[in-house]
Ligand binder design. Structure first.
Ligand SMILES: Nc1ncnc2c1ncn2[C@@H]1O[C@H](COP(=O)(O)OP(=O)(O)OP(=O)(O)O)[C@@H](O)[C@H]1O
Ligand SMILES: [Mg+2]
Length: 247
């Protein structure tokens, strides 16, 4: 995707940064984040920093708190205590409206089971994210088509998700996540429902994105994904960070 990087991210998100952007040392900053569900502490005090452009894989046993961690960063749920700062904005201090805006503008999310809307064709699934921001239709369509072309699924633009292979659906999921040029791409088991070949395509895609400067936070059980994409693997155990390994 050499020539298309501006399509995916826009020139202002190149790793070197633009002189017009405020320099930012930390893309994601978690301080002592705790999340309790009743008696259960899903997160028992997590502190973590992710630099802009870094690719971090979160691994660990089932029930250890990985998805909860991701949801805290996504602003989908609020910690019981602790601080979450993303792109210099303290999302734990935001009201509901600001948080909704943050989710739409700053975050792209990719899910294990794609979460596409089955009664909308591919193109509409992808443009929806921009429509929610009030992006003019023509502009949204142009961007969506660029992304679909870049991800090799433009010919499926009028297809309905149920007619696509798992790998194609996940590429639609990635296109949708990138629609609003998020500062941060979050993925929860993005290859978890895919066969090896489709999984590899998604891994290649994430790798390409990271190489053009996209910050990634990926929850995964997939050793290949972690080995190929991650600058750093964070192991979560019982709601805590057990080990961190740089690669
Ligand atoms: N909405 C919720 N209500 C109650 N308990 C929850 C909720 N979400 C998560 N939990 C509990 O918090 C703990 C961590 O869950 P989480 O989903 O973060 O684990 P995980 O590491 O993502 O697991 P998996 O690998 O199976 O996806 C578990 O004990 C889970 O049952
Ligand atoms: Mg999970």
């Amino acid at each position: 995707m050499t020539d298309a990087r501006t399509y995916i991210q826009g020139p202002t998100r190149r790793p070197s940064g633009s002189p017009y952007l405020r320099p930012m040392e930390t893309m994601v900053r978690l301080r002592n984040v705790r999340k309790e569900y009743g008696e259960t502490a899903a997160l028992a005090g997590v502190t973590l920093d992710i630099r802009p452009g870094e690719a971090v894989a979160v691994m660990g046993p089932s029930g250890s708190g990985k998805s909860t961690l991701l949801n805290m960063v996504a602003g989908l749920d609020r910690p019981t205590s602790g601080e979450v700062v993303v792109g210099g904005e303290e999302i734990t201090a935001m009201g509901e409206a600001a948080l909704a805006r943050y989710r739409r503008r700053r975050i792209g999310m990719v899910f294990q089971f794609f979460n596409l809307l089955d009664d909308l064709p591919v193109l509409e699934n992808v443009t929806l994210a921009a429509q929610l921001l009030g992006t003019p239709r023509r502009q949204a369509l142009t961007r969506a088509m660029e992304l679909l072309e870049e991800l090799g699924i433009a010919d499926r633009r009028n297809a309905y998700p149920v007619t696509l292979s798992g790998g194609e659906r996940q590429r639609v999921g990635v296109a949708r996540a990138l629609m609003n040029r998020p500062a941060l791409l979050l993925a929860d088991e993005p290859t978890g429902a895919l066969d090896t070949r489709s999984g590899d395509q998604v891994i290649d895609l994430l790798l390409d994105l990271n190489q053009i400067g996209q910050t990634l936070l990926i929850v995964t059980h997939d050793q290949r994904l972690a080995a190929r994409c991650a600058d750093r693997v964070v192991e979560v155990e019982d709601g805590r960070i057990a080990t961190e390994a740089a690669r």
